[in-house]
Design a protein around this ligand. Sequence first.
Ligand code: GLN
Length: 532
Amino acid sequence: MAKYIFVTGGVVSSLGKGIASASIGKLLESRGLKVALIKCDPYINVDPGTMNPYQHGEVYVTDDGAETDLDLGHYERFTNAKLTKDNNITTGKIYYSVISKERKGDYLGKTVQIIPHITDEIKNSIKKVSYGKKVDVVIVEIGGTVGDIEGLPFLEAIRQLKLELGRDYSINIHVTLVPYIRSAGEIKTKPTQHSVGTLREIGISPDIILCRTEKRFTKEAREKIALFCNVDKEAVIPAIDVKSVYEVPCVFRKEGLGRLIVRLLNLKCEEGTLSGWENTVLKRLKLPSKEVQIAVVGKYITLRDAYKSIYEALIHGGIANDARLRIKKVDSEDIEKNGTQKYLEGVKGILIPGGFGNRGIEGKIKAVEFARENKIPFLGICLGMQTAVIEFARNVCGLKHANSTEFKQNTKYPVISLLGEQKKIKAKGATMRLGAYECRLKKPSKAYSAYRREKVYERHRHRYEFNNNYRQILEKNGMIFSGTYPKGNLVELIELKNHPWFVACQFHPEFKSKPDKVHPLFCAFIHVALNH
Ligand code: GLN
């Protein structure tokens, strides 16, 4: 039977519970244990797929096509856990399921209530993830902050689960903030005391308190937190700010977190080591021999989380090539106002990420033109590929005003358009082309040189596709279609002749990159950017 770690958060949001959960997963895997990770999100959306990046940041996509919270990206980057739609549970999903059952008559005669029906549904969804699988520990992260109204049913569900599971089978790790008050020159433990107090009112006592803090704290502070929060001294773990999130598993290990979890859950496992991770990932991250600047041209660049996996995959490309990555975030609307030169002159590579809607499109097309004409290594992703096609059609093939029907319905040259099956769809949630699809690579091609295999599987999240009516004319002018989805004859990868490295894909390679296993396209992109 799997054992459970419930991760809750207190005081404020954005404490890095996702990174903490992923790092705990990494620690346990390093000891030879098999982990599963679940994110519970208390919002009423069924999934974040319909949310604006300003609300939610990046929408992460799994192989099975679930649109999920970006924390699942951290889980996949840090661990080997296989994630599916079941690994992200939202209030919306829980209610959807309970209400559907009620309509079918499954609860006939009963009043359907938060307790027990909603809480049972949550518990079953959590338990389902490890059913029939060889999993030693399930890490369940509860989104939001203790004290939020929305989070209550989830906390009640884990309270009940803890009771059912009994001793040695579950623990609660509470992540809090221990702020440093500059004017007083001290750290403050009161917010942590209050948030643990709130948690205990709900019936949950933390077993471990992870204290996010910018300053090392004293033995006395540790003892104080332990005393007021009713935990052992060694269960108060300082989680001090670090430069890179990839250091966190090592920091936790040094603080004895792995050993403590093993003891509290009575796990049978080896001592383990993180030296592989330290030697490959951290060493190169800290002391690289080279440096490279890449521009990311998007419209959500002021948001840290909107292109999370893109930024991480670029960093992985840096790690693999022994280079520090300087990311220059360029707003495509600024390019529209002031031209490309000002922002893109001197960068060693240009990346255009995915996106939706008209805003900023013309700036992205200008950035493509700049990369193509000045022979700057270019990687286009999803919308980035679509803008590359539009630019090439307009400026090389003479198809004036070519466009995607997403931006101009009755454009004369719809080089990007909807497939027939997408035209019928009205509902917005989970109706795009989602998840992993096969892509066949052409040999020889830059894509093939990067992947070194002919068949790959990559994750998608888009509605629009390359319009095959324009394949011939674009090909004649020097575009190479180096990857296709064989079943639907869909274009998945394009490249340009007479350019050092101009590659764009309809899928999202960034979702499959890891710090110790960089995605081939990001590796190749950074390699050329460094050497061109
Ligand atoms: N808006 C485009 C589409 O729906 C691209 C989507 C994306 O970049 N993820 O096809």
